[in-house]
Design a protein around this ligand. Sequence first.
Ligand code: COA
Ligand code: U4Y
Length: 211
Amino acid sequence: MIQIHVVHRDNRRLYDYLFDEYFRLRYEIYVKERGWKALERPDGRDIDQFDTDAATYLLALDANRLVGGLRVVPTTHPTLMSDVFPQLTLRGPIRRHDVCELTRIFVIKERRGEQAQPRVEHIILCAAMEYGVAHQLSQYTIVMEAWWIRLQEQCWRITPLGLPVDIDGAPTVGVTADVNSETVTALRAKRGIEGPILVWRGLDRPALPAA
Ligand code: COA
Ligand code: U4Y
């Protein structure tokens, strides 16, 4: 059974054993598969300037195997949108306590496009919404290749922050996605996910129940 583990500096020690594999997998996917040259490093790990203590990782584990992930960074800290791609926003990057940026979503190759529901990608996206509600976020910001828009529209309400820009040969957009408990409920129903899927091991659960 897939569970999405919330990993933050306060409980990272419990997951330290996973992180080298996590960064290596990211390198495999983003640099080797996707060809994102800006992330090339001699050590074969995708670790960038936003992998700091401010980041929270949502790690998808299936019987202790890492099968996917997503990174959440507060917009009160430097983000991909504010520091690398501010040109994607017409009114300037959002910096608010109740808004976080989502980056580095992935599913390992063997687990993509699964017919059996709920598939890993859907579980991660539902978990991200659950996390946002638990932390009383109002929105996420996302820098994404434009092909995501079609998939995104099926599950979240997104709003563009600017015009598409060609980045490294791919049309790329900056968007916000609204966070609310109605979306969590709708996603669970649509994807056949029964109840909360976040695991907060070693962390205080946020005061509010996660939807
Ligand atoms: N360019 C265009 N479309 C893409 C794409 C790409 N690089 N990657 C995936 N898609 C499309 C697929 O064609 C598919 O469309 P379909 O439903 O019409 O067949 C759909 O997205 C789903 O992708 P798939 O890979 O089959 O399965 P998934 O839903 O299990 O996983 C991802 C989706 C994106 C999580 C997975 O493909 C992945 O981890 N990719 C590598 C990491 C990545 O590129 N992340 C996003 C960066 S913006
Ligand atoms: C970085 C410099 O995964 N450049 C960087 C850095 C792709 C471009 O960004 C460059 C990344 C998930 C990279 C490539 O040319 C969205 C998502 N977004 C991507 C990410 O990195 O997380 C960026 C897309 S643009 O070389 N690039 N990092 N310095 N540090 C998302 C999540 C949830 C879903 C939908 C999508 O709802």
